[in-house]
Design a protein around this ligand. Structure first.
Ligand SMILES: [Zn+2]
Length: 539
């Protein structure tokens, strides 16, 4: 709240008194919204929820809590079978590392690799127990012929495992570069070319590389998952998925006439990369536990007040799942995921409270998804098995990790320039005194890296909200420290400093934006110049 000047004239005093009453009431509502937000957070991010792992009994409890909140607010069930839940079946797998091995087989020698140090094996796909295949290096493994770049054009990938460095050349511009790297899009191209596996090397020096090997490797005992329904499994046909430690990657290139360091340097410069066969065959023996688990999307409907427009839906999304429990013994092992993304879900419950009173014209559908941390699987499932007609979805706003740890004076709105939905977000932000900042990491293109991208792929105009701060400000330092110290760590828990007033501001912003979108005469649309319009053109 902005401090007010003392009144100087009776009339002004009367006006100000009236204003102060309204202001005090708004402040009281905000304090109440912040308090309720924190109450949801305390439930969802408690140690008892054990990190809300996809498919766990605790995730189900969390989903039932969220459903009960929506029900208490008068929202209708929007899931399957007249319930608030949409069950999603997952193939669940956990590596049995002592019984697994990985080696590079050269014509005259065999080099064993150490799991966890040299490489980790993806559990997101159905690996055979024994795989012996030739390997090919294919640059960035992206195919963007319309921009004159194609790593896959001249390499023979048939029956081979494809090794690549994550990223793309400067010649390929965003967002095409990130889109070409998106799991489902990339594997579709590789599958067409006959590839059977994908080996990823993250460039430790690139911002998009996530250069921390240890952090990723520590997650390798976390179960991997894929959608059990083969019709919606985008990695169908992939038999091997590895991540390599860049520090130990050179041995894959022995005898090829190429040094890994040189390739990395080329990638650093944003250059194109060559494609060539590798000398060793990859031999993998993979043992893992496997079972089928069910996890739930929570879907709740606030029916629109206009008989005609109520047939259209503004979909608000946020993921409920997180990383579960890590290796016990090493201190705190519960990945509470308070900010990622119990906070976002808690905000959406309170957004529903405001909207339920205001009854916007279009319907508002809350889709609280599972399986985000497993590769955006719950949101993908919903867009493939939607519980309302997908063609009637007017817009999607995703709330994932908006970090109410600093005041909400700035925000990044991913996709703000792409659609008229972005224009509405800009206008609402201005009205709320929130400044929209440019994306500080455009190369990472987070617009295509969370649940909203599955809606975009289904043709729906979407935006995603992010906390932000002016570069170099103390708030910026706090955000960066959070990402460094708490992101995907057990310390993203209830004991961290947080700001309920910022959460209340977010809740009010999302509610006002949603109401605005829902009450507009026409649906939002992609801008003609937007890259993402192509998805709407081919439903
Ligand atoms: Zn996460």
């Amino acid at each position: 709240m902005i401090a007010r000047m003392p009144p100087k004239a009776p009339l002004l005093a009367a006006l100000l008194a009236a204003t102060l009453v309204l202001t005090a009431r708004a402040a009281g509502d905000d304090a109440e919204a912040g308090r309720r937000w924190h109450e949801h957070l305390e439930f969802l991010a408690s140690d008892a929820m054990r990190g809300r792992q996809t498919g766990s009994p605790e995730h189900l409890k969390a989903a039932e809590y969220v459903a009960a909140q929506f029900k208490a607010l008068g929202l209708e069930p929007g899931g399957e079978g007249g319930s608030y839940l949409q069950p999603v079946s997952f193939a669940w797998r956990r590596i049995d590392e002592p019984h697994s091995s990985l080696e590079l087989v050269f014509p005259d020698s065999t080099v064993p690799l150490v799991l966890g140090e040299d490489a980790t094996i993806s559990m997101a796909l159905d690996e055979p127990q024994d795989l012996n295949a030739r390997a090919v290096f294919a640059g960035y493994a992206i195919s963007v012929p319309e921009q004159g770049y194609d790593d896959l054009a001249h390499a023979d990938l048939s029956g081979k495992v494809v090794v690549h460095i994550q990223g793309g050349p400067d010649a390929v511009t965003e967002p095409r570069r990130s889109q070409a790297q998106f799991t489902g899009e990339r594997w579709a191209r590789l599958r067409e070319k006959g590839a059977i596996g994908l080996v990823t090397i993250r460039n430790p020096r690139r911002a998009e590389g996530g250069g921390n090997w240890a952090r990723g490797a520590a997650q390798r005992f976390n179960p991997g998952m894929s959608l059990a329904d083969a019709d919606v499994d985008e990695r169908k046909g992939q038999k091997l998925g590895l991540n390599l430690n860049a520090a130990h990657a050179q041995r894959w290139f022995a005898g090829s006439g190429h040094a890994f360091e040189d390739l990395l340097a080329q990638s650093d410069s944003g250059d194109a990369l060559p494609a060539f066969d590798l000398v060793p065959r990859v031999h993998a023996k993979i043992a893992y536990e496997k079972k089928t688990v069910t996890s739930q999307n929570v879907v709740a409907l606030l029916r629109g007040s206009d008989p005609k427009l109520a047939q259209e839906y503004v979909v608000l999304t946020g993921h409920l799942d997180h990383l579960g429990v890590g290796v016990p013994g090493a201190g705190d092992s519960v990945f509470n995921g308070a900010m990622d993304n119990a906070s976002g879900v808690s905000s959406l419950i309170e957004t529903a409270r405001i909207l339920a009173e205001r009854r916007p014209k279009r319907s508002v559908l809350f889709v609280i998804v599972t399986g985000e941390e497993k590769g955006l699987l719950g949101s993908y499932y919903w867009t493939r098995r939607p519980t309302v007609p997908l063609g009637q979805v007017a817009a999607n706003v995703n709330v994932d990790m908006v970090l109410p740890i600093i005041p909400l004076t700035n925000m990044v709105v991913h996709g703000v320039d792409e659609s008229t939905l972005g224009d509405l977000a800009r206008s609402e932000a201005r009205a709320a005194g929130i400044e929209i900042l440019p994306d500080p990491e455009p190369r990472r293109n987070l617009f295509i890296r969370s649940d909203q991208f599955n809606f975009i792929r289904a043709g729906v105009p979407a935006i995603a909200l992010s906390a932000a701060a002016v570069p170099g400000s103390p708030q910026d330092t706090l955000l960066k420290a959070w990402t460094r110290d708490r992101y995907h760590e057990p310390s993203d828990d209830l004991s961290q400093p947080m700001d309920p007033a910022a959460a209340a501001d977010l809740i009010r912003f999302v509610a006002r934006l949603t109401e605005r979108v829902a009450n507009q005469p026409g649906r939002p649309g992609w801008k003609d110049a937007s890259f993402f319009k192509r998805y709407a053109a081919t439903p």
